[in-house]
Design a protein around this ligand. Structure first.
Ligand SMILES: [Cu+2]
Length: 459
């Protein structure tokens, strides 16, 4: 720029803008350049090493679903092609890719790092984002939504069920047997709480779907004209955000790693719609996961357990309700310290409640030392503080016949159809709930000698 002094900019000090007087010159020394970056050394660092020190195998959590793309990182021999989930002539080995015909409720089998083949049920999710196709936004604005795919998904019918954020939670994890930060080993059974998600997208835009709490392993995409698209090279490994594109099914494996804390984490208990009073019926989508209309959903206190989210990471989409709760049920700390008092034919059992996350206790008894029967439950209501302390239950049918008692602490997450007293709905079907539990040691009424001999007496 020209120097306009004395007509302007007379008082600008050097180093302060606008400073039109400084000219910068960058000189390049005439010396030998540094060596070219050794890309092969970087690639080599990620390969499996005999001592397990490869960067991926030692630095990342173990993958869930075996795929050939990971062979170099683990020295595995996952197959490059083989549909072990085919209903006809399934291949012996699994390539880890889902096909167009697979859907919610099916078992998705895959090969694992430890060498066995296991199966996990496919969870059917859905996205839709076309103008006027989503109908729960009250002002007619353009909106994308997350939801579920009703199964079986049939051509030519409405299979996508879209939910606003306030609808009862439908994404739930059972934390009982999931790996923890203190004990993380590769998956070897299909029943540890791992989930396979299929998000089918009947819309128009690609959405970067973001997961809280856990990273996911992208398995593949399969277009609705049946082209299997493996993850891009940059999509291998762990991702907290994955592109979900229209007219495709996008498959993830999810295995949350439970953090271990030196203190209890309480449940998240709140109205499903925090903006409206309890008892409100407005702005819910009263359609069940199978796509059938149900009686109106009632805004009520719901136990969301450990509450997280998953949502589109385009924040204008997220803020327009492209977000759903994503919740975890963790077993309460088991009760202990059982004691009793007998009064005629009734027995009062007292125990120590060690948990702030139980929603009810169930009391079990046995008359023969083997077969346990339920005597009933006592609630820990969601609208009351949940504390430690003594709890009790009176068995009115004691009659001197009981051998032992047990107390089960249960934690139930999800919408339980709590209805205000002035309403009397008959729900035709359910939104999901999930109960996890911890059980006290058996409490024998007799001395330790009988305890020891009871198994023999029943032989
Ligand atoms: Cu989006």
């Amino acid at each position: 720029m020209p120097d306009l002094y004395p007509n302007s900019a007379a008082n600008v000090l050097p180093g302060y803008g606008p400073n039109t007087r400084t000219i910068m010159q960058v000189k390049v020394n005439n010396i030998a350049p540094t060596p070219a970056y050794n890309f092969n050394a970087l690639r080599s660092a990620f390969l499996h090493k005999a001592d397990g020190s490869g960067v991926f195998e030692s630095g990342q959590n173990p993958i869930i679903v075996g795929q050939a793309s990971y062979n170099a990182s683990y020295a595995t021999d996952f197959t490059t092609g083989g549909w072990c989930n085919s209903p006809v002539n399934p291949s012996a080995r699994c390539d880890g890719f889902a096909r167009i015909s697979e859907q919610g409720g099916d078992t998705f089998k895959f090969d694992t790092l430890v060498g066995n083949q296991i199966g996990v049920t496919i969870e059917p999710k859905a996205i839709h984002d076309e103008m006027n196709a989503t109908n729960t936004e009250p002002f007619g604005r353009m909106q994308g939504n997350l939801g579920l795919e009703a199964v079986p998904a049939n051509p030519g019918v409405q299979n996508v069920v879209l939910y606003p954020f306030i609808n009862p939670p439908t994404e739930m994890f059972d934390g009982t047997n999931l790996p923890t930060t203190a004990n993380l080993t590769p998956i070897s059974v299909g029943t540890d709480g791992t989930q396979i998600w299929k998000i089918t997208h009947n819309g128009v835009d690609t959405h970067p779907i973001h997961f809280h709490l856990y990273d996911v392993q992208l398995l593949n995409r399969v277009t609705w004209d049946n082209i299997i698209i493996p993850p891009d090279p940059a999509e291998l490994g762990w991702k907290d955000t994955v592109r979900v594109s229209p007219l495709e099914d996008t498959y993830f494996a999810i295995r949350p790693i439970i953090p271990v804390f030196p203190f209890e984490i309480p449940n998240s208990i709140r109205p499903m719609d925090p903006m409206m009073p309890l008892g409100s019926l407005s702005m819910f989508n009263s359609t069940d996961p199978s796509g059938n209309p149900v009686d109106p959903i009632v805004n009520s206190l719901v136990n969301f357990g450990w509450e997280y989210m998953y949502h589109c990471h385009i924040l204008s989409h997220e803020e327009m309700d492209m977000m759903r709760p994503n919740i975890v049920a963790m077993p309460p700390i088991a009760p202990n310290g059982l004691s009793h008092t007998i009064n005629g034919n009734s027995l009062t059992l007292v125990w120590q409640d060690n948990s702030i996350t139980e929603t009810e206790f169930e009391v079990l008894a046995t008359n023969d030392g083997f077969n346990w029967i339920s005597l009933g439950t006592i609630q820990s209501p969601l609208d009351q503080p949940n504390t430690h302390g003594a709890r009790s239950f009176t068995d009115l049918n004691y009659n001197g016949t009981r051998v032992a008692y047990q107390v089960v602490a249960k934690n139930t997450i999800g919408y339980l159809h709590t209805t205000p007293q002035n309403m009397n709905f008959t729900y035709t079907t359910d939104f999901p709930s999930l109960t996890v539990q911890s059980t006290s040691a058996p409490y024998f009424l007799t001395g330790p000698m009988l305890q020891l001999f009871l198994p023999l007496m029943n032989k």
